[in-house]
Design a protein around this ligand. Structure first.
Ligand code: PYC
Length: 325
């Protein structure tokens, strides 16, 4: 029986897993045609024709709902070290902050990059990663902004009607961000948090609330709730519901970027000031923003650790060769 071997390196970034595909993937650049197709064009090919590969890598029985996959592809930008397409249990992500930090840790582990700054092309623009000599990793994300503020959402959660007011912001993915939601942001309350955030997302969808469609098609597929931190060295704690219904174990890089864009818009964060975001599992990213022309550029710093080097085997005879969908 034909077997396909897919070589991967797994890591976690502040608790959130990333699986970088090193070899064995479909040749998206060739399938996309043309000379040096953009990563966005390669992502479009993956979305329409190779969804089975996404599910084979990320879904059970090889993966899990929490896992984010990262496929290294050839970049079109001449200054980029590589391109990357992120994906999860239900589809492609526009971008991924924790995943970019995990990718940088993986490339360093494989000795493909060294200390210094490197550009990575994502479907929504270039992101740079900086490896410091002491092992620290930070990323400079795509320009981030608040799209709408004071957005009211009415929803039912576990039989009780609720109303929450929040912001819609872009940080490489689209987020609805809210405080004052009345939820206990603790690990003991994960089921309720998930149910509420799924209900918020469905209500947003029903109400036709969207981001700007020229950025990642505008669908608001991440919900981010904030509350007081449990750590003295953090400014806030969050719970982030990802598109596939899992919660982000890390403080979410694109979500922290979106949050900082909102804080900046409200005059609550200055250029260069640290924003210390705690996750629901009490891990931490430290972020800041700076202006570049009309753009607001977030930087996110966090730790990533390699957890496994392995080969996935895709056996054509396996009824779940392309994952449980
Ligand atoms: O860190 O940006 C992020 C992210 C998005 C989904 C999971 N993690």
């Amino acid at each position: 029986m034909p077997l396909t071997r897919v070589q991967v390196v797994d890591s976690h970034t502040e608790g959130e897993p990333t699986r970088v595909v090193i070899s064995g993937a479909p040749d998206l650049a060739r399938e996309a045609g043309g000379q040096r197709p953009s990563v966005a064009a390669q992502a479009a090919v993956m979305r329409t024709r190779f969804d089975w590969f996404r599910a084979a890598v990320c879904n059970e029985p090889r993966g899990s709902d929490a896992l984010v996959g990262a496929l290294i592809v050839p970049p079109s930008l001449p200054n980029a070290v590589c391109g990357v397409i992120f994906f999860n249990n239900v589809g492609l992500l526009n971008a991924c902050g924790h995943g970019t930090i995990g990718l940088a840790a993986t490339l360093r582990h494989l000795r493909r990059i060294n200390t210094g700054t490197h550009v990575v092309e994502t479907p929504v623009g270039p992101v740079s990663v900086d490896l410091d000599p002491h092992g620290g990793i930070s990323i400079e994300n795509v320009p981030s902004f608040r799209h709408a503020s004071g957005v009211d959402v009415s929803f039912d959660c576990l039989g009780t009607p609720h109303r929450v007011r929040g912001d819609v912001a872009w940080g490489g993915n689209w987020f609805f961000l809210a405080e004052g939601h009345g939820q206990d942001l603790s690990l003991d309350n994960l089921d309720q948090l998930r149910a509420c955030c799924l209900a918020i997302r469905a209500a947003i969808d029903r109400a036709g609330i969207r981001g700007d469609p020229s950025f990642g098609r505008g669908e608001i597929d991440h919900i981010e709730l904030f509350g007081p931190p449990s750590r003295a060295d953090c400014d806030s704690r969050n719970y982030v519901l990802c598109p596939g219904g899992a919660y982000d174990r890390s403080p979410c890089g694109t979500g922290t970027s979106a949050k900082m864009a909102c804080l900046f818009a409200d005059g609550k964060l200055r250029e260069g000031q640290d924003w210390r975001q705690e996750s629901i599992i009490a891990s931490r990213f430290v972020g800041s923003v700076r202006r570049r022309g009309d753009h607001l550029i977030p930087t996110i710093r966090g730790g990533a650790w390699i957890t496994s080097e392995s080969t996935l085997v895709l056996d054509d005879a396996d009824p779940f060769v392309h994952g449980i969908r």
